[in-house]
Design a protein around this ligand. Structure first.
Ligand SMILES: Nc1ncnc2c1ncn2[C@@H]1O[C@H](COP(=O)(O)OP(=O)(O)OP(=O)(O)O)[C@@H](O)[C@H]1O
Ligand SMILES: [Mg+2]
Length: 363
């Protein structure tokens, strides 16, 4: 695909102590349609312009009195704000050691005086086009990441939202039939409040995960399992899924609880979906925790039919899903694995025998 990149409106800065040189270069560049040329006759002037204007590229004369082009390049490149601006050295000298130094300081290219117009314009174009492409790519990957986050959030929101609307539906019917008692009303309102909390917790989880700076707390990882039980008990009950906890004593560790809950909930949701798909009669999920070789282990086991050999090696791959018909994104386990690896310094493993699947989280 041919990209339509606008580079003529880029802001270029020419730094040269010789006014004639600047004028000449500016004329050559403007002839090609560039509209925003800035001029500095010294490094100090260049710094001032950089501070005031957003510059996309610098043409830097090497030999200047006081602060020369090398020193200026080094100063600009060591400033966080300006580090990414490409600098092309302009040189009349035959001294290649100066050029070599300028590359060490971060210059991207060079051009010799007397200036050849075709060469100058070709350099400018190559650098500006590649810069523009990088910008577009960055933008796209940010969009992709955002789309993923929003997709997951929507996916995880659907469940509590469904429950809230089911509870409200029941309340309305009970009132119509005049069988709504106060105790039941209290109970239902409490549940709705709980689920609303879950929803807002999920938003924080995602924001925290992508900001990755939410403060960890020191707790037993079992706390995350209890939290999961609290969050999912309603859905599991609705689907007649039995949840059995066999939690061993675990030492407290420092971790972000929401993230572990998110991982557990991804795994349990998969079990739930497998129960439905395979119409299992006595659906059961067992969560076991124990210490082995100084590591915390959490095992989540289901009897939802097992995972076949072709599938099992791919379950942690991004976008791998066997749930096309229900719009599975194939991200649940991928995200879970990256959380456990990045935030917990651990790993997740999968195993399947007969009608059982088992996920082991170890950190
Ligand atoms: N407990 C399980 N039993 C059977 N198959 C499973 C189980 N857990 C995972 N899988 C398989 O692994 C695949 C990948 O799971 P993952 O959670 O990453 O994606 P997904 O559930 O398909 O989609 P998403 O979670 O993004 O909605 C699933 O499509 C399914 O085939
Ligand atoms: Mg999933």
């Amino acid at each position: 695909m041919e990209l339509n990149l606008h580079i003529n409106d880029k802001h270029l800065l020419i730094v040269d102590d010789n006014a004639t040189n600047i004028m000449l270069m500016q004329a050559l560049i403007e002839e090609d349609g560039y509209e925003n040329i800035h001029r500095a006759s010294s490094a100090i002037e260049a710094y001032e312009i950089l501070d005031k204007t957003s510059i996309d590229m610098i043409l830097m004369d090497i030999l200047m009195p006081e602060i020369d082009g090398l020193e200026a390049t080094q100063a600009i490149k060591s400033n966080k704000k300006f580090r990414n601006i490409p600098i092309v050295m302009v040189t009349a000298t035959d001294d290649d050691s100066l050029l070599k130094k300028s590359f060490e300081f971060g210059a991207i290219d060079f051009i010799r005086k007397p200036i050849n117009q075709i060469e100058l314009l070709a350099r400018l174009k190559t650098i500006l086009v590649s810069q523009e492409k990088d910008n577009l790519l960055m933008q796209h990957s940010r969009f992709d990441a955002m789309e993923e986050i929003i997709g997951m959030l929507a996916h995880q929101w659907r469940q509590p939202l469904g429950i809230i609307s089911a509870i409200i539906g029941t309340l309305l019917t009970q009132r119509e039939l005049n069988i709504l008692n106060e105790h039941e009303l209290d109970d239902s309102l409490k549940k709705i409040a709980d689920h609303t909390n879950t929803l807002s917790g999920m938003i924080s989880t995602f924001r925290e995960f992508f900001k990755a700076d939410s403060p960890p707390t020191i707790n037993s990882p079992n706390k995350a399992v209890y939290e999961l039980e609290r969050l999912m008990s309603e859905t599991l009950k609705q689907h007649k899924i039995k949840l059995v906890l066999e939690l061993g004593e675990l030492p407290s560790v420092s971790y972000v609880q929401n993230l572990l809950v998110q991982v557990l909930s991804n795994i349990v949701s998969n079990s739930k979906e497998a129960f439905e798909k395979n119409s299992i009669d006595d659906p059961k999920i067992v969560i076991r925790t124990f210490i082995q070789k100084h590591k915390t282990n959490i095992v989540i086991e289901d009897n939802a039919g097992g995972i076949n050999k072709d599938t099992i090696n791919n379950v942690f791959e991004p976008y791998f899903t066997t749930k096309q018909e229900r719009n599975g994104k194939g991200l649940g386990l991928f995200i879970s694995k990256s959380i456990i690896m990045q935030q917990f310094n651990g790993n997740i493993y999968v195993n399947s025998k007969g009608n059982k699947s088992e996920f082991l989280i170890s950190f």
